[in-house]
Design a protein around this ligand. Structure first.
Ligand SMILES: [Zn+2]
Length: 483
């Protein structure tokens, strides 16, 4: 491994490493307001790529974007009993505006169900108005006591989809469709494999009938909930009187869903792929996919190299590749290499005077640091192929790491405790369905049920006994310590 200039290694202290990567790669910074995060341009560029990809996927599945206000009347939150219980402790309240005390305090949205259903009650009258398929990109505030950049901050950016349907079956179909959209995005764009499944009641969204999520395993063997999709049943429709006339003339409440993913995904990306030299970003989400570093000594060489570099950049851009030329003066190529590695740029293209004479350049991969010399004649194709290969290799590496740290062997509780006290990871085991077993395991080991995995992720041999109490298992559960 090359000199990493004192960056804490993952093995030495994963949490310190994570914070240092974010600071040194200039992804985010701490705000003067405790618990809030400033997203710096290098971090925001990754979020923008994520937004673009997800937004297109939402539109391709029939959704439209809209925008609802930041402020919500405090009384709205109280209308859905579970919802208020779940969110009240972390809500920020505005009591004054324009120098006067407000008649009714306003909350700053921790999520937007309440204000959205208040509007849906006005907009939806008939079955002909359904389905309503709306998404919004917004910021939300949840007053967090223990915060970590990207993973848990008081204010964060996200999208929240809110849909209304005529039947329970349609709402369930939508809930699962969007879970699938997230999974596709995480696998194909983030190169991050996930396990999908349903949450147990204790981990369900406050006010939902059923919650589903995508769970990923980070390099420190802790799970990260990467997105959730909720079937809200008719709970919010009842609370906000969202009714519609059915085709047969009856009056019914709509069935609704909500689903969200946030800037937490940037944290997930960092902890899935990065190494002891800094960020490693999958090509499809990188701000720049290729950085061209011209190497020269004399003024004459400089002119030739800058001209050649710009030509290369144009050629790569023409093929849809995000390329950037590092033209900074007074900085040695080695220092530039170090910086772009720290920032996770997938491919570095080095070119010097002798390369120009030989009609070639050097490509260096960030993920495995393998170098190779290629001809300039086919540079566009070669770089495109290389980026695809990196994306695939990163996906495979993340998948193999997760599977190597997943336990599917038959499990007794002692062995389970050993794993959770030791290296951690995913453990698949039987579950009797009792909240008491779930709770006592959480208290004793800090591990929680991440999901009851969807069929394709379940073990070939179905566990028959509950991990904790030994009585009959009703579902295979995926356990891990989590962020
Ligand atoms: Zn049990």
């Amino acid at each position: 491994m090359a000199d990493n200039k004192g960056l804490t290694t993952r093995a030495a202290d994963f949490s310190a490493w994570y914070n240092e990567v974010i600071a040194r790669a200039e992804l985010a910074d701490y705000s003067p307001v405790r618990g809030c995060m400033v997203i710096r341009p290098n971090g925001y560029a990754i979020w923008e790529q994520m937004q673009r990809a997800l937004d297109q996927m939402f539109k391709d599945t029939g959704h439209q974007n809209a925008y609802f206000p930041l402020f919500i009347p405090q009384s709205f939150l109280a209308r859905e009993a579970e919802h208020v219980e779940g969110f009240a402790p972390e809500v920020a309240v505005v009591t004054h505006g324009g120098g006067k005390e407000l008649d009714e305090p306003l909350i700053i949205r921790p999520t937007s169900e309440t204000i959205i259903y208040a509007m849906y009650a006005k907009w939806i009258q008939s079955y002909r108005d359904l389905p309503v398929l709306i998404n919004q990109w917004a910021n939300v505030v949840r007053w967090e006591m223990r915060t970590r950049l990207f993973l848990r901050t008081t204010e964060f950016l996200w999208q929240e989809g809110h849909t209304a349907h005529a039947t329970e079956a349609e709402a369930e179909e939508e809930t699962l469709r969007m879970l699938g959209v997230y999974r596709t995005f995480m696998e194909q764009w983030m190169a991050m494999p996930v396990i999908t499944g349903r949450k147990t009641d204790s981990e369900r969204f406050a006010g939902a009938l059923r919650t589903y999520s995508c769970e990923a395993l980070m390099q420190d063997n802790k799970a990260l909930q990467a997105s959730t999709s909720h079937n809200l049943g008719q709970n919010f429709a009842r609370a906000f009187e969202v009714t519609f006339q059915t085709a047969s003339g009856d009056l019914d409440h709509v069935w609704s869903t909500s689903w969200g993913a946030s800037t937490r995904l940037v944290g997930a990306l960092i902890m899935t792929h990065s190494d002891d030299l800094g960020l490693v970003c999958p090509p499809r989400l990188a701000q720049y996919q290729v950085v061209i570093v011209p190497i020269y000594k004399t003024a004459e060489e400089r002119a030739t190299l800058l001209e050649a570099s710009d030509r290369l950049r144009k050629e790569l851009s023409g093929g849809g590749i995000r390329a950037h030329v590092d033209t900074r003066e007074g900085m040695k190529p080695g220092a530039k290499y170090y910086e772009w590695e720290l920032r996770g740029i997938p491919v570095r293209l080095e070119i010097g005077p002798r390369d120009i004479d030989a009609n070639q350049c050097v490509l260096v991969r960030r993920d495995n640091r393998v170098k190779r010399t290629v001809s300039l004649d086919s540079i566009g194709e070669d770089v495109a192929d290389l980026l695809n290969m990196i994306q695939t290799d990163m996906t495979v590496a993340a998948f193999e790491r997760r599977e190597a740290n997943s336990h599917r062997e038959s499990m007794d509780y002692d062995r389970f405790r050993q794993i959770m006290e030791g290296d951690g990871g995913f453990v698949y085991a039987g579950f009797c369905g009792s909240p008491e077993c779930e709770q006592s395991i959480k208290e004793e080991t800090k591990a929680t049920i991440r999901v009851l995995p969807d069929e394709e992720f379940r073990s070939a041999e179905t566990p028959t006994r509950c991990l904790k109490c030994g009585s009959k298992s009703v579902a295979e559960a995926l356990w891990a310590k989590a962020y």
